[in-house]
Design a protein around this ligand. Structure first.
Ligand code: SF4
Length: 347
């Protein structure tokens, strides 16, 4: 049943970021290369419907790499894994592809380097989030987790130089307040030249800020365990919009929505969910797309997967006695949308 609101303002950019595109396509390639089951450590991205789509294709999600049999293909998720998980994964002849987003890897690298130089690293993140767990595990003795300005005030004086790093998906306003307080507390504070908040997080929040004040309600599409999705709900509320809701899919929309409704989607929510939400809202006065920036970021498949795809293409060519015709699968990767690769494969 449709809701029939007056108008929809569609924030752009929204939905899949380059890191999520890369991770989903990488797992989709794995499903095509290996006989099922293919294993994945943690949810490949934080979206229930994406995880369910892969489960239907024979992917088994585990929270402990010891649950993955010897010799099995295993993917590590986009959020980044602790160094000891990466080492454990590589044991017992498993084929491991690490789909960590390069922007998370950058923070791991900063953590490693600062800790090695004797810094105490104040890390702004959300306790229990997989990205925060993986990043803090890079230098557990050096890191102090903070989630608020009050946490910064409560830190002991470490007696070492102090660096400030962050989870990539924090709300921008939250980060600015905490960074400011940390600078007051530690005047010699080291910070990366550019903050660790990723371009996708920043862009999706900016696009939402551009529409929030014009909306009677804002709908954020994405899962409850997706940090950047939850951040979007906070950003929408901060614009003064009276009604903000997060939904997994169109069937969770309330029937009483009316007036102008803003729609956006977290970085791990596929565009087909947006299409379904807009269809259910059925705006009588149409859809207005509000674009604040054009995104062109692209992350190629992880190097170990590119190697694997090259080997598979070469083996296939030998088997049929010809040189490979057309581009290698990894070369095609850029032109294929992750959502398309998520679709079930013909038997
Ligand atoms: S939200 Fe940012 S850090 Fe996270 S996967 Fe996407 S691009 Fe990478």
């Amino acid at each position: 049943m449709v809701v029939k609101v007056e108008r929809v303002l569609l924030a752009e950019p929204r939905g899949f970021c380059a890191g999520v595109e890369m991770a989903i396509k990488a797992l989709a390639w794995m499903v095509r290369v290996f006989e099922p089951p293919v294993y994945c450590y943690h949810e490949i991205v934080h979206n229930r419907l994406v995880v369910e789509a892969f489960a239907k294709q024979g992917v088994v999600f585990v929270d402990d790499v010891d649950d993955v049999p010897a010799g099995a293909p295993l993917m590590l998720s986009a959020h980044g894994s602790a160094p000891e998980v990466e080492s454990a994964a590589a044991e017992r002849d498993r084929t491991v592809v690490n789909a960590v987003c390069p922007l998370v890897t950058k923070v791991h690298h900063e953590m490693k380097v600062r800790a090695k130089k004797g810094f105490t690293v104040v890390y702004v993140g959300h306790a229990g989030h997989e990205e925060a767990i993986g990043t803090m595990a890079v230098a557990p003795a050096a890191v102090r987790l903070v989630e608020s300005e009050a946490d910064v005030d409560a830190l002991d004086d470490p007696g070492t130089p102090v660096a400030l790093l962050a989870q990539t998906t924090l709300p921008h306003d939250e980060w600015v307040g905490i960074a400011e307080r940390a600078r007051e507390r530690f005047p010699e504070l080291w910070m990366p030249g550019r903050s660790d908040l990723c371009y996708a997080t920043t862009n999706r929040q900016a696009a939402l800020r551009a529409i929030g004040g014009r909306c009677d309600a804002v709908v954020v599409i994405g899962s409850a365990n997706s940090s950047n999705t939850v951040s979007l709900t906070h950003v929408a509320a901060a614009t003064g919009c009276a009604r903000v809701m997060r939904v997994n899919a169109a069937d969770e929309l309330p029937d009483d929505l009316s007036g102008v409704v803003g729609v956006t989607a977290g970085a791990s929510a596929p565009e087909w969910l947006v299409d379904e939400v807009v269809a259910r809202l059925a705006p009588t006065d149409g859809v207005e797309i509000v674009r604040t920036v054009e995104e062109e970021e692209y992350f190629p498949p992880p190097p170990e997967l590119r190697e694997l795809l090259r080997a598979v293409a070469a083996a296939a060519a030998v088997a049929i006695g010809t040189a490979p015709s057309g581009p290698l699968p990894s070369a095609e990767d850029r032109s294929i949308a992750a959502a398309r690769m998520l679709a079930p494969q013909p038997a």
